[in-house]
Each structure stands twice: as structure tokens, then as C-alpha cells.
Design a protein around this ligand. Structure first.
Ligand code: GLU
Length: 398
């Protein structure tokens, strides 16, 4: 029997998490798999953040339900961060803290979308955008940026995709899975198109804002007229190595924040109290650890880029942020190691997991069948070893 809803039957399992689970299975069998599938910092959460969580437990004051939208002091601190770092005048009333940025996006979509609404998804996109749109019975309209344009969708492409049914546009910058970062000018051009359509909203995922090697992080909500049109998504997982703590947030016009608050009140009540105290320490504390982690990512980006260039058949762009490569590997499709033929990215990732013991994610899950995603949030020695294995194993495909 299968009486699951049409909504749930219409979506796939998260490909990033599925691949990580497969790698875990291999590891449990004693196989030395290098996991480059999950976008997960290999660093420990900075000590002062852990200490704040421990103190919160010892204080004994944070065992009850927190307010649905998050503790007032945390929301004030996040609003202050936006004013100071992002030049957006958010106040506490604009912020909703949730169980990770993924829930923040889900809340916003549930609060805003009606069945049949169209959402323009810049592709390559992070796996869950497309699935979450479909979960709300809205329609994802995929607009693709190719490797030749550094995977960036242009304002012109956006304009051409807008219809009377378009409710929102979603993208991430720095981008998961490509590492591309929109420049100020590119974002301004996108904002100019959005502002021509009075009801059009932008869901701007800025979860990788700290891991940006360009020297400038621009929030689209900071442009004149865009405050009212933008849902800014962020979280603590990437910049503060806090994936397991599950703290994300949105900043949005009050009517949207109130809508998200309503969804959240019915679904989870609130985000974990202790994790919120840790998040407060992260947003108000010393950022030396974040700066150090980012420098390390920058170094790894260059190491992996140079090693990728040495693998015949791989075409990679030079990412400017996040911690991913999204190389075009289509040159290997149709090739065989003598026993199996690689038809697509799914086959290639499985082949590389089984033969090279390196886990990656097929690009189809991110909207581009020609590519695979490689996370370089791993130690330098693991990265070097993984690249060696990839090179040797790919060379067996003829
Ligand atoms: N955002 C990370 C990734 O893309 C975490 C996994 C997930 O939630 O999909 O790998």
C-alpha cells in the first residue's frame, strides 16, 4: 500500500543527504571513503560558541519553549548585524529564527506560495529549492546559467522567464553548488527587473555570505526598493561550523516574517533554546575563527582547482565563494572501464564511490546533468588524496 500524498510522491529524497548516507554505509563496512558529498565544514564549532551553550544549560534558564520567532535578544543581534554588515535596516520584528536555513526557506514558501504559482529558480540551484517549491504545489521554472557564463543567470534571462503567475525568484550567492558570486552590478540588474513587477519577491539565500573570496558581499535587500521585496535567508551552519546545531533565519518585511512565524508556530513551535544561545554568542562574538576558516577554504579552493585542472576530461570554473566545485564531467559519459558504461552523473558518482572511494553528488540534483558537485570542506590531506584517486580512477574510463 502507498497512500502517500501526491505532494510527497512528487519530490525526491535530498540528493546531498542520500549521497552522504551512502558514503556512511561504505565507511561502516570499513571502507576508507573520503566524503566530498556533503557541504559540511570539517572544523569544530568555535569554543566560545560551545561555552555559551554549556552556560545556557548550567544557568537553567533556557529549558522552556522559546518565543516562536526566536529569543528577542538574538533577533535584535541579527537585526544589528544586518544594519552594520549588510546595510539593510531590518529590525527584530523582521527576523524569524528556525531549525536551519532549509526550514527558513520552507517556512517562507509555505507562507507565500499558492498551488500553481510560479517560482523562478536560478540553475544550477541548491537541491532543495526545486523540491520545496513542488512540495507547496507551486511550479519551479528553471532558468539556467551555463559553465561558460560562470553558471550565472542574467537579468535578461530572468526578465524573459517572468509571467503573470510568477510569485518569486530564488537563488543563492555565493552559490551552492557552483561557488559563483553575483557582483553588485549583476544583483542591481536583477533588482531592476524585479522592481518592474510590483508583486514579485526574491528569496535570497546568503548562507555562504562569510565564505566569499571576492572581498564584497552584497545583499540584494540593500538596494532601494528591495527591502519590501526580499526574503533574506541565512544561518550559522557554514560560517560558524554549526551544521548540527540547526540554526537558520530569515529577514523579511514584517508581513512575511509574521506569515513564517505562523507556519513555524504550527510546525515546530520554535528553534532549540540552547542552540539559540550558542547562535547569539556566534553573532555577537569574536569572528577570528570564521576568518581563519575562510582563509583555509580559500587555500583549499586553489589546491583543488589546480589538481582538477590536471585531470583530463574535467572542465571546472574558478569558484569565488562557498566551498564547492561543480565541474563539467560530461566527457566521461558514454565511456566504460571494461565492465560498465557510464551513462550520466548518477552512474559516474556511483562508480567513483565504489572504485575511488570518494563520494560526490550528481549534478542532475542541482539542475545540470553535465556536472557533479565536489565539496572541499575537507582536510587538505583528504582533498589531495581524493584528487589523486579521482585522477587514477577516471583514467580507467575509455
Ligand atoms: N547545504 C548542504 C549541502 O548542500 C547540507 C546538506 C543539505 O542540507 O542538503 O550539502
Amino acid at each position: 500500500m502507498n497512500t502517500l500524498s501526491n505532494r510527497i510522491n512528487a519530490i525526491e529524497e535530498s540528493a546531498t543527504l542520500a549521497m552522504a548516507a551512502k558514503a556512511r554505509e561504505f565507511k561502516m563496512k570499513g571502507i576508507d571513503v573520503i566524503g566530498l558529498s556533503l557541504g559540511e565544514p570539517d572544523f569544530k564549532t568555535p569554543q566560545h560558541i560551545c561555552d555559551a551553550a554549556k552556560k545556557a544549560i548550567d544557568d537553567g534558564k533556557y529549558f522552556a519553549y522559546p518565543p516562536v520567532a526566536g529569543y528577542q535578544d538574538l533577533r535584535e543581534a541579527l537585526a544589528a548585524k544586518y544594519q552594520k554588515e549588510n546595510n539593510v535596516p531590518y529590525k527584530a520584528e523582521n527576523i524569524v529564527v528556525s531549525n536551519g536555513a532549509k526550514q527558513s526557506i520552507a517556512n517562507a514558501m509555505l507562507a507565500l506560495l499558492n498551488p500553481g504559482d510560479e517560482v523562478i529558480v536560478f540553475s544550477p540551484y541548491w537541491v532543495s529549492y526545486d523540491a520545496l517549491v513542488r512540495l507547496t504545489e507551486a511550479i519551479p521554472v528553471i532558468v539556467k546559467g551555463g559553465i561558460e557564463s560562470d553558471f550565472k543567470v542574467t537579468a535578461k534571462q530572468l526578465e524573459a522567464a517572468i509571467t503573470p503567475k510568477t510569485k518569486a525568484v530564488i537563488f543563492s550567492s555565493p552559490c551552492n553548488p557552483t561557488g559563483s558570486v553575483f557582483s553588485r552590478k549583476e544583483l542591481q540588474d536583477i533588482a531592476d527587473v524585479v522592481l518592474k513587477h510590483p508583486d514579485l519577491l526574491v528569496i535570497a539565500d546568503e548562507i555562504y555570505e562569510h565564505i566569499n573570496f571576492t572581498g564584497e558581499q552584497v545583499s540584494i535587500a540593500s538596494f532601494p526598493g528591495m527591502f519590501e521585496r526580499t526574503i533574506t535567508v541565512n544561518g550559522f551552519a557554514k560560517g560558524f561550523a554549526m551544521t548540527g546545531w540547526r540554526v537558520g533565519y530569515i529577514a523579511a518585511p514584517k508581513w512575511i516574517a509574521d506569515g513564517c512565524n505562523k507556519v513555524q508556530g504550527q510546525i515546530t513551535s520554535a528553534n532549540c533554546s540552547i542552540a539559540q544561545r550558542a547562535a547569539l554568542a556566534a553573532v555577537t562574538g569574536d569572528v577570528t575563527s570564521t576568518v581563519k576558516m575562510v582563509e583555509e577554504y580559500r587555500k583549499r579552493r586553489d589546491i583543488v582547482y589546480n589538481l582538477l585542472k590536471e585531470i583530463p576530461g574535467i572542465k571546472a570554473n574558478y569558484p569565488e565563494g562557498a566551498f564547492y566545485f561543480f565541474p563539467d564531467v560530461s566527457a566521461f559519459y558514454g565511456k566504460s572501464d571494461g565492465t560498465r558504461t557510464i551513462k550520466n552523473g548518477d552512474d559516474l558518482c556511483l562508480f567513483l564511490l565504489e572504485k575511488a572511494h570518494v563520494s560526490l553528488v550528481p549534478g542532475g540534483a542541482f539542475g545540470d546533468e553535465a556536472c557533479i558537485r565536489l565539496s572541499y570542506a575537507a582536510s587538505e590531506s583528504d582533498l589531495r588524496e581524493a584528487m589523486k584517486r579521482l585522477k587514477e580512477t577516471l583514467a580507467t574510463l575509455k
